[in-house]
Design a protein around this ligand. Structure first.
Ligand SMILES: [Zn+2]
Length: 657
């Protein structure tokens, strides 16, 4: 066999055998090599038909006879090894496509409806439904735009939940960030279901319930243990898997129904050296991935970041440097929920002999909870109260506080404008902002920095003192490869984040037809054989005023927007019903339309408009004051628009006598 095939490579194994030889020749024959590749088959064919070598092969032989002969020595093929190559190829196929393990004959399906969190950052709430039951994953809030005057937070519209209320068997929480639990009190004031979560999210929800005077709803708490599988309702089996994120005690979920397992990552990053040593439970993700996962919903927030998200521990050296150099007080501000950041700041403060003063309601509360429930341990005597700060020398003080987003009611902001009761900014103070600006907050942060620097303080906010809590592209790839889903729903992020995550999904082997980009309210049906959009349900936002925790109706916000952008005109007109004439000059009051000094001229102008209007009144109009006021409003509106290109609120009062 060896001799026969020597000059006539015809079967495919020999073709593959030849490849390495080709490569060996590269040095002296590169150009020919390239030319030859496509010709290989032709050469072989002509060899077969003529029974003798043709093409450029003889040339080869002539040029380098000995070496060539040596080169042509075929390596004997071990047929047994060949079968194992095939077996391994098959093993790879099975490993990479475990979806054959899904029951394709099953008629079971699951419906997934995001009611918030898509096309936006925040307000996360997702409904998972079988035929008879539903669970809600996370009930989050979001922050208003600047033109939503007097609105503190936004809560998702619960209309769809009212519709399916009787199907809902539980609320499932992934982690304790506001955009995942912030709307809980608002939902629970209206309807209640058992709540399943790990202890920290439950403790924080409990606090919210207390604040909203619905303490009694704590009875719905069902604390869970990670890695155990909970049967919830008749249709759901759920496991919480530990995840690393910018808040303690975060989880991904494995939600199993008759249709298969859906993995919901929640918010995550993959931190291999988290501060508490509790790494992401990659093993459980891999376990489900190996069993065959129907669908993956994964966090898209940082889908553009090509560099891996650094470990939380990576801020430690920068913190150390800050404290080593600081001459006076250090005032450090970060997200109050990022307990690991606070913990590291406190550790380095203590290392350099400082006492710790925690200022800001949410910061105090979160540290308290973290200590109460043994998530972090500090010696209690390192803490001092705000009114004790003055008793220590500046070098002995670390103030940890809220306000890293420049929020007007935060402790740091009040310090910056000299309105904090206990802490006045000094020129020797070092302000450390250990956070990033949430998009939309840049203006208020900049404003606060101006105040702080005007007060003489130094501000430190370099990049190395903050890391993100969300997975970047490479970690998203790891998640996709571990879970190996048949279908993929990139979630949590604006449209462009989700879109980029889709690309990453395709790179990681999910076919494009198996990926859907959802928007809020779109209901997706997933079954072992297919995934499709089935309908759209009502979504939206409810405006909340934090001062009283009450809802603000939409029309109030619209009025406020109008007032803010276009102002208001009020007119009181007394009309003689007999003669359709004004009995006195109208009283005209405006805000936000003309300058005070032009008030009189404007009132005169209105008087003319009203006079003209009364002159052309239809008969009987004076009897219907409401219609009269409406008509007058239209006339004034047109007039003002023509002159000022503004649509103010117009409030006419016509008194007919
Ligand atoms: Zn989060």
């Amino acid at each position: 066999m060896a001799e026969e095939t020597q000059g006539t490579p015809e079967s495919s194994p020999q073709t593959t055998d030849r490849k390495p030889n080709n490569n060996n020749r590269n040095n002296n024959r590169k150009p020919n090599n390239n030319n030859r590749k496509p010709n290989n088959n032709q050469n072989r064919n002509s060899n077969n038909s003529d029974g003798k070598p043709s093409g450029n092969k003889p040339n080869n032989n002539n040029k380098n006879k000995n070496r060539n002969r040596h080169r042509r020595q075929p390596t004997p093929v071990d047929e047994n090894l060949k079968t194992f190559v095939q077996k391994n190829q098959e093993a790879h196929k099975q490993r990479l496509n475990p979806h054959y393990k899904l029951d394709l004959n099953s008629t079971a399906k699951i419906r997934i409806t995001p009611l918030g969190g898509l096309g936006e950052i925040g307000g996360n709430i997702t409904v998972f439904e079988t035929e008879k039951e539903a669970i809600l994953v996370d009930i989050g809030m979001s922050f208003p735009d600047e033109d939503m005057h007097g609105v503190d937070i936004l809560v998702p519209d619960f209309s769809y939940l009212r519709e399916i209320k009787d199907k809902i068997v539980a609320v499932i929480i992934t982690h304790a960030h506001e955009d995942h639990i912030g709307a809980m009190p608002y939902l629970y004031k209206e309807m209640q279901f058992p709540i399943y979560a790990t202890p920290l999210p439950l403790a924080m929800i409990g606090n919210k319930f207390d604040e909203h005077h619905i303490k009694e709803h704590r009875k719905y708490f069902n604390p869970i243990v990670k890695r155990e599988i909970y049967e919830i309702g008749n249709d759901f089996k759920i496991e919480w898997m530990h995840m690393t994120h910018s808040i303690l005690d975060s989880s991904s979920l494995a939600i199993t129904t008759d249709a298969g397992t859906v993995i919901h990552t929640g918010d995550f990053k993959i931190d291999h050296s988290p501060v508490d040593g509790y790494t992401a439970d990659l093993h459980r993700l891999a376990y489900y991935g190996d069993k065959g996962v129907l669908c993956l919903l994964s966090d898209s927030t940082n889908s553009y970041n090509t560099l891996p998200t650094p470990s939380e521990l990576s801020v430690a050296p920068a913190l150390d440097r800050v404290f080593a150099k600081a001459e006076g007080r250090v005032i450090l501000s970060t997200f109050s929920s990022n307990i690991h950041r606070v913990q590291q700041a406190i550790q380095y403060g203590v290392k350099y002999g400082r006492k710790v003063c925690v200022i800001g309601r949410s910061m105090e509360r979160n540290i308290e909870i973290a200590m109460q429930y043994d998530y972090v341990r500090f010696n209690k005597n390192i803490f001092i109260d705000a009114d004790e700060v003055g008793r220590y020398s500046d070098k002995e003080v670390l103030i940890v506080t809220t306000g890293s987003q420049g929020e007007a009611n935060s402790a740091l902001f009040r310090m910056s404008i000299g309105e904090h009761r206990h802490v006045k900014i000094k020129p020797t103070d070092l302000i450390v902002l250990s956070s990033r600006a949430i998009p939309g907050n840049e203006g208020s942060i900049s404003g606060m920095l101006n105040h702080l620097q005007r007060a003489g303080a130094k501000v430190h906010r370099s990049k190395d003192i903050h890391v993100s809590g969300h997975a970047s592209m490479e970690e998203q790839k790891l998640m996709l490869r571990l879970v190996n889903p048949k279908f993929f729903l990139p979630v949590h992020g604006e449209y462009n984040h989700v879109m980029q995550h889709k690309e990453t999904g395709m790179i990681c082997g999910v076919p494009e037809r198996n990926i859907l980009l959802m928007t809020d309210g779109e209901q997706i049906e997933v079954a072992p054989k297919y995934m499709r959009k089935v309908k759209t349900v009502k979504t939206g936002k409810t405006y909340i005023d934090n001062q009283n925790n009450h809802q603000i109706d939409d029309d109030i916000i619209l009025d406020r927007q109008k007032l803010a952008s276009d102002g208001i005109v009020m007119m009181v007109i007394q009309v003689d019903g007999q003669h359709s004439k004004m009995q006195a000059k109208p009283k005209v009051t405006t805000f936000g339309i003309v300058a005070d000094k032009q008030d009189k001229a404007f009132a005169k102008e209105m008087e003319d408009v009203i006079e003209h209007f009364l002159l052309h009144l239809k008969d009987g109009m004076l009897e219907n004051t409401r219609a009269l006021e409406n008509d007058l409003r239209q006339i004034v509106r047109k007039h003002i628009y023509r002159k000022m290109k503004k649509y103010p609120l117009i409030v006419p009062h016509v008194l007919v006598s």
